[in-house]
Write a protein that binds this ligand. Structure first.
Ligand code: FAD
Length: 480
């Protein structure tokens, strides 16, 4: 294999083959540089420090309000624990809303995968703390009053302002957390799960009133009241700006429409989207948008898809595999359909690169963002290698494009096609030994990986075994 010509390995093909180099890459190659998304001078550690600092401040304010003075009796201790769990649980709910705001600086600092994981665990943490608050406060107050827990609960629900609505909010949070347990989530459509999540906003609003009128931090101390209201307002502002304002401005400015839909393979289409001033839309190869196609059926459902062509100032392209209801409908989208986008998001881009040489490992439709990176990453001859894993030859999409890009850029592309455990492919080609043989200098490369989750987990293990440092591995999972 020479670095100038792509090597092609595929069961059913005889050994290693070289594609004929084409004179130039087709219309999907970068035509004009577009602006890069703004780089925010914020690191993940800065955001974590800010969040932890706020939590400490909340506990200090609680101490200032005499929180520790209650610890002399057992009823006081239980009540104090009830107050602390309320404050920290509410704070974690606000952190959840912050993550839901899709603020670009948080996205760039953490990346989609870490935000998704944090959202999941902070959500469970907040729910447990709020449940603990309800139990501890009821028990603590009943111990203090010498009444039964049931009688105390009844008094709280009926005599205190908005506690009844806070109880409704509690049920909503518990239902929301239950729907996110993996076993329940698997049985539920994405749309149902997402709709349940919208109740989070209502639950926060319902609980806010009781915090304002019953919570000690609010009632006794104007500074704490202003501080907490500031936290709520900051989070609401971020949601309004980044979930509504910025996407609306982006879509109005660029007036995006479906230009054409091209079939790439069985159940896979590329959707070309054009619009005004696309050379002024900041996006990087490897990033994704939330796409909303404004048709009568389903305009309200947004789906994440990566761009599958490097930004070129002329069109955006997404490549969609038919994996469910909407991705099935997108297979024959009408030309001219208006498009609304949110984003771009994601950190699987050249901005994360640490090495001159790069390996891209794609599985199935995970080729979409890597196809964009293959054309979009700056690289000299021999710097870029793409390993593309697919179960069947017909599942390989973009073959012509990839071969032409490889030829034009002096890159290599290896197609590893076949089902594992069959005579054509007895062993896993992504195991350490075969992958190390295919890319001997792998430990000295940045590695970008995208594909089905089990494949990505296997590749991560392989990369560890081959000594690729974690900081050189960049991944995006196609799942929230
Ligand atoms: C960051 C990211 C980038 C992606 N890029 C691509 C891409 O370039 N090409 C591609 O073909 N696929 C991509 N996907 C996957 C794609 O978003 C889903 O296949 C698609 O949303 C399925 O919608 P559906 O209504 O057809 O499927 P459904 O039948 O509703 O569900 C099928 C699967 O898709 C998940 N899903 C459904 N809707 C959404 C949604 N709105 N958000 C997140 N997950 C959802 C479901 O949880 C389920 O696992 C990407 C996913 C993510 C998270």
């Amino acid at each position: 294999m020479t670095s100038q010509s792509p090597a092609i390995h595929a069961p059913g093909m005889t050994g290693t083959q070289s594609a004929t180099p084409a004179a130039s890459v087709d219309a999907t190659s970068p035509a004009r540089r577009v602006p890069l998304p703004r780089v925010w001078p914020v690191r993940a550690s800065d955001i974590v420090a800010l969040l932890v600092g706020n939590a400490v401040l909340i506990v200090l304010m609680w101490i200032r309000h005499g929180g520790l003075d209650q610890l002399s009796t057992s009823a006081g201790m239980v009540t104090a624990a009830g107050q602390l769990t309320a404050l920290l649980g509410t704070y974690l709910v606000l952190v959840e809303l912050l993550l839901m705001s899709r603020s670009p600086w948080a996205d760039q600092a953490f990346g989609t995968d870490r935000i998704t994981a944090a959202h999941r665990w902070i959500g469970f943490g907040a729910t447990w703390l709020i449940v603990a608050h309800v139990v501890l406060t009821t028990v603590g107050w009943s111990m203090g009053d010498g009444s039964s827990v049931v009688a105390e609960a009844w008094t709280l629900l009926t005599a205190y302002p908005f506690v009844f609505w806070a109880a409704v909010a509690l049920l909503m949070f518990v239902f929301l957390a239950a729907s996110s347990i993996r076993a329940a989530r698997r049985r539920m459509s994405y749309e149902s799960w997402f709709s349940i999540h919208l109740y989070a906003y209502l639950a926060v609003a319902l609980a806010f009133a009781h915090q304002l009128l019953v919570g000690r931090d609010f009632v006794d101390d104007p500074v704490a009241r202003i501080y907490w209201m500031g936290l709520y307002m900051a989070v609401v502002a971020l949601i309004l700006v980044f979930r509504f304002g910025q996407p609306m401005a982006l879509s109005l400015r660029h007036r995006l429409r479906v230009e054409r839909v091209e079939r790439e393979g069985p159940g896979v289409v590329s959707i070309y989207v054009t619009g005004r001033d696309l050379d002024r839309l900041p996006v990087r190869a490897g990033q994704w948008f939330q796409w909303r196609f404004l048709r009568r059926d389903g305009w309200w459902r947004a789906h994440p898809f990566s761009i599958s062509a490097a930004p070129n100032g002329k069109f955006l392209r997404l490549t969609v595999k038919d994996l469910g209801d909407d991705s099935h409908r997108f297979q024959d989208l009408r030309v001219g359909t208006p498009v609304y986008i949110e984003g771009p998001y994601g950190i699987m881009t050249g901005a994360r690169r640490t090495r001159q040489r790069v390996l891209l490992v794609a599985g199935g439709i995970g080729i979409a963002p890597l196809r964009a990176l293959f054309a979009g990453l700056s690289a000299g001859p021999g710097d870029l290698t793409l390993v593309y894993r697919a179960s069947r030859p017909e599942d390989v999409v973009f073959r012509d494009e990839l071969d032409r890009i490889a030829a034009a850029r002096g890159a290599s592309v290896h197609y590893l096609v076949g089902r594992r455990g069959t005579p054509a492919m007895p062993d896993d080609p992504l195991a350490p030994e075969p992958l190390g043989r295919l890319v001997p200098d792998i430990a000295d490369r940045d590695v970008y990986v995208c594909g089905p989750i089990p494949m990505m987990d296997r590749v991560e293990k392989t990369l560890r075994a081959l000594g690729v440092p974690g900081g050189q591995v960049h991944l995006e999972r196609f799942a929230f």
